[in-house]
Design a protein around this ligand. Sequence first.
Ligand code: ZN
Ligand code: ZN
Ligand code: ZN
Length: 146
Amino acid sequence: MKKHKETLSRFGINKTQFRIDLLSLFFDCKSSLTIHEIFERFNKKINKVTIYRALESFEQKGLIHQVPDKNNLKKYSLCNLDTCSPYSHNHQHGHFICYSCDQTFCLDNSTIKILKTSSGHIVKNYNLILEGYCTDCNSSQTISQN
Ligand SMILES: [Zn+2]
Ligand SMILES: [Zn+2]
Ligand SMILES: [Zn+2]
């Protein structure tokens, strides 16, 4: 928890207990979270407006970013805290959406590395979406087939 408090300070975000818990939720989550999922994780005890404001502030300060969602809901994932900052998001990674569980995963940028297009444009950001079965769903599929 101390680590999360320090992260909030470093990114210039007010350290309320809720925001500390919210950040740790993102750290524990391997995929991404919608406002509704966050609301459920806090047992509906936190007002949705509070959640929405915290997410906005986290996004502005470079802690989390919006990721594509199958149902076009607002969905967020943790940023790479070494490359994103209160000044700018710096993402060069694509996203993976699972057909089975609908989760969105950030792909690490070693999966696909495009820094310069063949025509010489410099790539700073991209919205690349891959779809298929995530590791969890893929392994449960294999089991049910046997
Ligand atoms: Zn970011
Ligand atoms: Zn899945
Ligand atoms: Zn991402």
